[in-house]
Design a protein. Structure first.
Lengths: 156, 265
């Protein structure tokens, strides 16, 4: 049902009348189901910020655990060894790969952000710098991932 | 409104007729494009809903022309702001296919006409009706940075305040702002709680901070050194990409950051 101003009733403050989308298949295309609106279509700048935030929070939680387990060595070396031994399984191995990927991205993108703020023409070349950072990140991961996965899945 | 007028109106406005009655009526080169618009009429809608309209347009038409055709020929209740319709007044900033644009500067041919065109109100400001938002919080930030010349000295007798071209060039980019709010409402930091001053306010502060005739730079730098000031910028560059005047907004914000750090413009 389409709605026209000429058909509008006198506005009533009551919430008795609810209208959904006109119809989810009103015309040639289906309508979005999100009343809150679509996701903003940002470019490299926005998505690198999203990734920077996600990797940043992830690294924070890793550091929290990392400081706790490293502090265990002060409690007793045996306790430390026992905890670290539980990390030696394929799931944690993949976790380590994700950790290195996250830190690599956060570090390189962090350098890019510093250049944006402190290099006089940094803001103009932010998109180019993002892709340079991505290439560097890819090269670093290509060097690390095969060797690391050989350790994790190929036995000692 | 009596029942008679409603019926009369209904007979005048047929349901979803966007196709011209005969092929000869269609302008050469025109085609039908679907606009999917996020509608919200506070008197009848509990929450916004999506509605589609088929409009016959020319490739060189603008999104604003398509909105006009809908309002004038299909559904007069469609509400949006526009004033000059030529990219100067900054009234018709809206989210077109997920990005903030001026409807009057976005040509249909620059979008993909085979796909529907999504049109929504700008984000982060209170939605009033359809594509209209409450701009008051936006203007409030603008007022707070004191967007006017502050000069305690008097100009030389019988003359204006002279400025050399190099000094004028220093802030030329930020004089272009038309206060359309496309930048501020594209900023993820502004969306979170609306407390951030926002790119537009900082751009207009930049315009006076770097003007050598102005003596209020330190006042404005102190205002923007606030926790809701320039330091909340996360350099997402959404503002620079949304600006219909092509202002390098993130660069302007970074220059204000550096002016605060060094203590001088």
């Amino acid at each position: 049902m389409s709605l026209k101003s000429t058909q509008l009733p006198t506005p009533t403050p009551s919430k008795s009348r609810t209208l959904g989308p006109t119809s989810l298949l009103a015309g040639r295309f289906s309508l979005p189901k999100r009343p809150a609106g679509t996701v903003y279509r940002g470019r490299e700048g926005m998505w690198s910020w999203v990734l920077h935030r996600i990797t940043g929070v992830a690294i924070f939680f890793f550091l929290l655990v990392h400081i706790l387990d490293t502090a265990l060595v002060r409690v007793s070396p045996e306790a430390y060894n026992a905890v670290v031994a539980t990390y030696k399984n394929p799931i944690m191995g993949l976790g380590e790969l994700a950790l290195v990927a996250a830190i690599g991205f956060h570090a390189l993108n962090g350098l890019r952000i510093i250049l944006i703020d402190f290099w006089s023409v940094g803001a103009r070349y932010h998109r180019l710098m993002f892709w340079i950072a991505m290439v560097l990140w890819g090269v670093l991961m290509l060097g690390f991932a095969p060797r690391h996965l050989m350790h994790v899945f190929g036995g000692a | 409104m009596s029942t008679v007028t409603i019926e009369a109106a209904q007979t005048r406005i047929p349901e979803r007729t966007t196709e011209p009655t005969s092929v000869e009526d269609a302008p050469p080169g025109s085609f039908v494009v679907t606009l999917i618009i996020r509608r919200y009429i506070p008197e009848i809608d509990d929450e916004p809903r999506w509605q589609d309209f088929d409009v016959r347009v020319l490739p060189t038409d603008r999104v604003l022309d398509a909105l006009h055709k809908i309002k004038w020929e299909q559904d007069g209740s469609l509400t949006f702001r526009r004033s000059c319709a030529h990219g100067i007044c900054g009234s018709d900033a809206m989210r077109i296919n997920g990005r903030n644009r001026l409807a009057c500067k976005t040509l249909i041919k620059d979008l993909d006409p085979s796909q529907p065109i999504y049109v929504e109100a700008i984000k982060g400001l209170p939605l009033e009706k359809d594509l209209v938002v409450d701009m008051e919080p936006f203007y409030e930030s603008y007022k707070q940075i004191q967007p006017f010349l502050i000069a305690n000295s008097t100009p030389p007798a019988g003359r204006e305040r002279v400025q050399n071209p190099v000094a004028r060039e220093r802030f030329d980019d930020t004089t272009k702002c038309i206060l359309c709010a496309a930048c501020t409402s594209s900023c993820p930091v502004f969306w979170t709680d609306g407390q951030y001053f926002g790119p537009a306010a900082i751009v207009n502060a930049h315009r006076f901070i770097f003007d050598d005739r102005d003596e209020g730079a330190q006042v404005r730098l102190d205002i923007l050194n606030d926790k809701e000031g320039v330091w909340r910028c996360r350099t997402t560059f959404n503002c620079s990409e949304a600006c219909p005047r092509g202002i390098e907004i993130t660069k302007a914000i970074k220059e204000v950051k550096q002016a605060i750090l060094t203590g001088k413009p």
